[in-house]
Design a protein around this ligand. Structure first.
Ligand code: NDP
Length: 258
């Protein structure tokens, strides 16, 4: 995938793009990975365990266009090794979906330094690391799409989520700065901010709290991971070539106006 595509910065469309989805084994990342596979792209996913969620059984991706790589994004050397593997197999990453994330919710007075730094490391620092690494090759290619997974939590600042809100809000500023730095090379950097999405992460919440949150969603329901993936897919498409530094909320209206 070294062919130039002019000034629009569109990822190549001559054959399948090289897509990297961090945290792609399940949930939102899993849906994103399957969205790109359905388009005919080559998709590498990462996770700490490599264990694919049950949703994958319905769409076995096969081997030639799919890499399931174990890589803890908080370890710089693992990230470097993972990029090398992808590049050796298919060439430079053209579309990065920086999606992997964790929660360690608790009230500030009970929040340990570890709970703070684990979330900041995974949800903010690791995104910087992986975006920077992807960008080095995108700059040479003069094209690329970076999509960062934030959250409504960045704007709501929900109680019990000081670490998560800080990381997810940090992503917005980081992505905008990156967007400005790489715009002259036709690379776009955008943020998706999902609301409540029906994944394992949300299942960790007590039922009562989940019902309370859901009652605040104007559309009155949770999102399915595929609904987030559709927005991510759009941001990676030729139709989104003029969108950069944007924050797209996919939240049923939960954070509208914030
Ligand atoms: P899940 O917990 O279902 O999936 C998280 C994915 O990230 C898994 O593949 C997990 O695999 C991987 N992961 C976690 N930590 C690491 C790490 N250090 N290195 C590599 N992979 C890692 O979460 P969701 O799908 O719900 O969330 C995906 C993203 O969307 C997150 O960034 C989350 O903050 C965000 N989001 C989610 C919302 C929701 O309601 N679900 C709402 C708003 C935003 P493994 O455990 O094997 O490492």
């Amino acid at each position: 995938m070294t062919e130039e595509t002019g000034t629009s910065g569109e990822p190549s469309t001559d054959s399948s793009r090289v897509v990297l989805v961090t945290g792609g084994t399940r949930g939102i990342g899993g849906a994103c990975a399957r969205w790109f596979l359905d388009q005919g792209d080559r998709v590498a996913i990462t996770s700490r365990t490599g264990v694919l969620g049950p949703e994958w059984t319905q769409s076995d991706p096969g081997d030639d266009r799919f890499l399931n790589l174990t890589c803890d994004m908080t370890h710089a050397e693992q990230v470097e090794a993972m990029f090398s593997l992808v590049e050796e197999a298919w060439g430079p990453v053209e579309v990065l979906v920086a999606n992997a994330g964790i929660t360690r919710d608790t009230l500030v007075l009970r929040m340990s330094e570890d709970a703070w730094s684990d979330v900041i490391e995974t949800n903010l620092t690791a995104v910087f690391r992986v975006a920077k690494r992807a960008m080095t090759k995108m700059l040479r290619q003069r094209r690329g799409r970076i999509i960062v997974m934030s959250s409504v939590g960045a704007f709501l600042g929900s109680a019990g989520q000081a670490n998560y809100a800080a990381a997810k809000a940090g992503l917005v500023g980081m992505a905008r700065a990156m967007a400005r730095e790489v715009a002259s090379r036709s690379i776009t950097v955008n943020v998706v901010a999902p609301g409540l999405v029906n994944t394992e992460m949300l299942h960790a919440l007590p039922d009562e709290q989940l019902a309370q949150f859901q009652a605040q969603v104007p559309l009155g329901r949770l999102a399915e991971p595929e609904e987030i993936a559709a927005t991510v897919g759009f941001l990676a498409s030729p139709g989104a070539a003029y969108i950069t530094g944007a924050v797209l909320a996919v939240d049923g209206g939960l954070a509208m106006g914030l």
